[in-house]
Design a protein around this ligand. Structure first.
Ligand code: NAD
Length: 358
């Protein structure tokens, strides 16, 4: 019986990346039936929403989705479909492995980190008030002398429930993947209420795994410096939403950039896999950008489905193509203008050819 997976092609470079990734996954031997569900700006006009209920129903039914990046227009009032999808499906854990494959240009020799980002709370909750609104005035009145009268306000909710489940997810992941350490990251010296709650809860969860997985804490600013100086010291990092967003891009930079950084969003009922990067609109339709991040997101999906052999086959082939350095996209060449760089489709074909050889 094939697995049915909801496929959300996205927009911008999403379409070509999804096509390349499906080609590789189909060649891996895994039996997947795709249920294509368009979402985003392309369906907005016809269906009145960028995230129609049919898309959510499909992911709930199939329990697994693979998604191309989707554009969020700036300054239009349209909220991110990516954020809405995570919220609607309560995909509370965002997993972003950052592993340095041989052949990738990097200042480091060994990086094998996993960023676990809380996906539903924090400043991403979407509770915001423009300057001058009644709500902003009411909040300003709660803290006399602390907030200027013309301030816009974003609320940062962090709950004990949210902290417990994300930190427990990080520890469960560490145990399941034989990882030695979980590092919690926040800034409780300044945000004593919200980030204080995050660390207190993390300590409680860590006690349940004592003897199995090490636990430590870092302030987010110091963690940034540690990561760019000594990334080899870290293993699984767990943090609230905003820090996770920023640090996962930083960690992607340690291992070759956005073109190679995969991701997965996990909830109790479903999981949706997508690259960290966005829709890179300036490259849309050019068959230019790197398919590795989405292909490796597909590898995470195959592992989640229990298709371990297929996942290993794809990862090994991707690694071999990168190590050879010939059939790779422009971003993986030492000189970005190297005319020998191949396109999205050709790199995916090289991965397929490598699987067929190996
Ligand atoms: P982006 O990640 O789309 O692109 C930034 C730059 O990174 C690109 O110009 C390109 O140089 C490089 N890049 C990205 N992906 C690459 C790849 N696969 N191969 C090689 N180089 C790659 O970020 P942005 O320009 O800030 O955002 C564009 C749009 O994407 C925005 O509308 C944003 O909201 C959206 N976005 C969506 C998601 C998502 O769907 N999950 C995530 C982030 C951003």
């Amino acid at each position: 019986m094939p697995y049915t997976v909801t496929l959300i092609p996205g927009d911008g470079v999403g379409l070509e990346l999804v096509e390349a990734t499906c080609r590789v996954i189909e060649a891996s031997g895994a039996k997947i039936a795709w249920e294509v569900q368009e979402a985003g700006l392309s369906v907005m006009e016809q269906e009145g929403t960028p995230l129609p209920a049919r898309v959510l129903d499909s992911v709930r039914r199939n329990k697994v989705g693979l998604k191309g990046p989707m554009t969020t227009p700036r300054g239009t009032g349209i909220r991110s479909v990516n954020v809405a999808l995570r919220r609607e499906l309560d995909l509370y854990a965002c997993l972003r492995p950052c592993k340095l494959y041989p052949g990738v240009r990097s200042r480091f020799h060994h990086v094998d980190l996993v960023v676990v980002r809380e996906n539903t709370e924090d400043l991403y909750a979407g509770v915001e008030y423009d300057a001058g609104t009644e709500e902003a005035k009411q909040i300003i009145a709660l803290a006399p002398g602390k907030i200027r009268a013309d301030a816009a306000i974003s609320i940062k909710p962090i709950s004990a429930f949210g902290c417990e489940r994300i930190v427990d997810f990080a520890f469960r992941y560490a145990v399941a993947h034989a990882r030695r350490k979980v590092t919690a990251v926040a800034k409780d010296n300044i945000m004593k209420a919200t980030d204080g709650l995050f660390f207190r809860t993390a300590r409680e969860v860590a006690q349940r795994y004592e003897g199995q997985v090490e636990y430590e804490e870092w302030l987010v600013d110091a963690m940034c410096m540690q990561l760019v100086q000594k990334p080899e010291l870290y293993d699984v990092l767990v943090m609230p939403n905003l820090y996770g967003d920023i640090l996962s891009d930083l960690c992607a930079g340690l291992v070759g950039g956005l073109g190679v950084a995969p991701g997965g969003n996990f909830g109790t009922e479903a999981a949706v896999f997508e690259a960290i990067h966005g829709s890179a609109p300036k490259y849309a339709g050019m068959n230019k950008v790197n398919p590795t991040a989405l292909i490796l997101s597909g590898v995470l999906m195959l592992r989640h489905l229990g298709e371990i052999e297929a996942a290993d086959r794809v990862e090994k082939a991707v690694s071999a193509v990168i190590a050879e350095g010939k059939d790779v996209t422009y971003d993986m060449k030492p000189d970005r203008n190297d005319p020998s760089a191949v396109g999205t489709r050709e790199m995916a074909e090289a991965v397929v050819a490598e699987m067929e050889r190996g």
